[in-house]
Design a protein around this ligand. Sequence first.
Ligand code: ATP
Ligand code: MG
Length: 418
Amino acid sequence: MAEINRAVKGTNDILPPLSYSWRNIENTLFDTARLYGFSEIRIPVFEHTEVFRRSVGDTTDVVQKEMYTFDDKGGRSLTLRPELTAGVIRSCIEHGLVNGALPVKVCYEGGCYRYEKPQAGRLREFHQFGVECLGAAAPSADAEVILLANNLLSAIGVRDISLEINSIGCPECRKKYHSALKEYFKQHTDTLCGTCNERLDRNPMRILDCKSPVCSEIAADAPVVLDYLCDDCAEHFEGVKAHLNAAGIKYTVNPHIVRGLDYYTRTVFEFVSGGIGAQSTICGGGRYDGLISQMGGPQTAALGFAMGLERLMLVLNSQQTELPKEPECDIYLVTMGDAAKIKATELSAALRSDGFKVQTDICGRGIKAQMKYADKIGAKFTAVIGDNELETNTVNLKNMLNGEVAEASLDRIVDFLK
Ligand code: ATP
Ligand code: MG
């Protein structure tokens, strides 16, 4: 029984007034993305499990340990989305967007579900804002997407965030790199964790992303992928850096970033914050030139990123950023008697259609309790309406900030407020 009064572990309710800050931030994110030509896409919260197996990858933590997978009553294996890229790509293939005018630029916001150990910055339901840009192969695309991520973070007031970039090459460079990694890690099989030992054969790059301190220490001295890039990938990476330099954005090349999902190729990047503890990556992304064809679409270069909104809120909190507050009620109509209540309903409708935030008593309270409530919600003005006011068609409007009272005609409250 206790459970019906408690949210599931690792999930959060977002209540007023914080929900207003969320809405505001989301609006800023979408407005900023629009400046770069990105339009919103909305996709289902669940997909066929195979969508994630194919894209995110069988050897990733997400697919191996973190997915909420279940059979529906029709016997289909479905999974709550652990991220949105896979579903977005599925949708863009299904609806032929990848066969139309390229690049396709879409952005999204939504809940993601991962069975992880809940802690600061790590939840089981969390929210991502992200973008995907399909059909853009040039280094300028990588730069544009990175600059957009940076612009989003600055638009919502994030300070002290660092950008780290890397290139993890293409399947061609990966072959040589994988054998170098295998050779290196084979000397450490007795100290690597069980999972990493399993990864050694199928996907040694995953070991670089292992969160166990022992594995991280071993990984620190592993061969770096930048030394194994083919000429094309090296040239692409130089191009990306040249564009970033031209835009004047600061970054460091961190050869240890490989990203947690299998589908990345070439450029990968992360925005990392210093102030929020271990879960410090706010935004991660990169290029995934092989994903669309791997999912049954035409060969299409593509890239994107996703940022975790809860972690973003932690950063704003740690910076003590003042978040926008929900605008208060413009006027509270205090009523005495049934006729006044009818009038208040009529007046409220008229005032609201003029864009004023109006409240009136809907609990059947006395005048004192109504005044108290008006004060509590921070109403800017109150107007007491009773039989007398109805008769004279006038009302006293009280400015709740300074206590000043002004008389207005009942039907001209709008003009007064304006
Ligand atoms: P981490 O290394 O922290 O597990 P990840 O590599 O699994 O992150 P991505 O799959 O790249 O993360 O997701 C993009 C962003 O989504 C992350 O940078 C982070 O901000 C956010 N994120 C990922 N998992 C969680 C989670 N369990 N709770 C809250 N936010 C998360
Ligand atoms: Mg993770």
